[in-house]
Design a protein around this ligand. Sequence first.
Ligand SMILES: [Fe+2]
Length: 263
Amino acid sequence: MSAETPARGWVDTHLHLLPGVDDGPAAADEAAALLEAVIAAGTTQAVATPHANYQFQFDRDASQALLRRLQEGAGERLRLYLGCELHLSYENVQRAAEAPRQFSLNGGRYLLVEFPELFERGALGAALQRLCDAGAVPVLAHPERNPVFQQHPEALDDYIRLGCVAQLTASSFTGRFGKRAQQLSAALLQGERAHIVASDGHSAQQRAPHFHKAAAVIEELAGEARVRALCSDNPLAMIEDRPLPYYPELANKKRGFLARLRG
Ligand SMILES: [Fe+2]
């Protein structure tokens, strides 16, 4: 695989594609441009995940209608599904614990959640436990970009033990979010604590929905099978509401990943 050659068959479970609902495309023409960029990058299935936070409300029915229009434009080239990126606010956790499948990826068990930039580890652990008790599998969006995980990567183990899944942003591997995010993404990958890679694409130009450069880094660090697991097989299982084919147990896992970060 070459960093210059997009392969086909990426499955993207984090994409701000819908027009006018969040900080993704402002209008239909920008959404259409992003859609074409997603297809050109070799992605064949994608979940639109608008923000659900204090700034942006998530309306599942209205989002579904916007998605239908985009699916018509994509035709057979790309299959689209709906989810959201649920900010872990008190109110959101209450609502999602009542009806997790109103917010989850394609209505299945997997629920994409976003941490506040700074958070109290115990309180967020309790919130995640609550979502697990409600039958959801929280998918933790980009822990490698969060300052708390950057300082305390061992916090992630607590959440993985609850049954959470770690979703890393593709461009973190290539340095788009700085050195610390890049180092932590490599360490999580090699420590077998990275379960999914997604684009978190917001527009055709800014934060473009590309996988191939990250895939080249992942292949170099962990081999080609891991690229398939993280960028295709695991995300597809999430869309189809199946157990993840790649989900190594934390027990017996290489413990060196923290030392590697601090070394
Ligand atoms: Fe996002």
